[in-house]
Design a binder for this molecule. Sequence first.
Ligand SMILES: [Zn+2]
Length: 303
Amino acid sequence: MYRIADAHSDFLAFSTLGELGGRLYNHADIERMEAGGVVLQNLAVWGPAGHEVPEAAGMTQIRYLHALASQNSSVRICTRPEHLTLNQGIWAFLSIESGESIGCRISNIQKVYDLGARMLSLTWNDENAFASGCMAIGGLKPDGIKAVDELNRLNMALDVSHINEQGFWEAVERYQHIPCASHSCVYDLCAVPRNLKRDQIDYIISRGGFIGINFYTEFLRGQRTAYINDILDHIEYVLERGGEDAVGFGSDFCGIEYTPEGLNSAAYFQRLPEAMERRGYPNSLIKKICYGNFARYVLEFLH
Ligand SMILES: [Zn+2]
């Protein structure tokens, strides 16, 4: 079984908010992650903008993870480099998805850092007090600039999935560490606003960053039906741009309405390396895509 690292899941949001009127889905739990071979799981905290108090929803998710880690011996919160050398259970890498999840308050970045968070994205798809997502216009706002400065100070990962192009370029220019797109696909293969343009992919690779390919069928093929081979096509595009050390998985499980055929939960992760073997990928490359590249990226933010 290949070790799997997944750079984005909405498991915490689903576990605490339920289906949220059809916006969250039951794709993953600890048992299914273990069955799929997941050993490193980025767990996103997402306070939906339409939610009554997104900041409270965010804190509830962080508390849920801490409770889970104290009750379930197979889940631990990953904050130190030596954690990744311990080959046991699932290491949870805690991230904050969108400024709303912390009330767009700069002081809350230190607060969530102290609770284990090591990654933050400024926006979801719409506009907030930090910046604008891919469905809105405008670049970084004064508080968005302060937020990037705070990530610089704390050495937290900047996640550029969801932000629009103007915000992307303004944020990565100001950001001093290595950026990532935790759950984004390739625009050239599927022209939707959430996907990364070629120059964005080239830039992330040039900075030594990470790109987690999203499993959402609408981002893979622009329709409800997609296949594991579509995920491999998006991976191969990044590989052809020189991304052998940059590309991996950002499943977006629990946050996507439609999943590829044969991959409707975290339990089926091993079908990806199996498909890579069928395409003749060398074993060393499969290990990088499945685990090594995201683990290498995460290590930049563990001290
Ligand atoms: Zn997302």
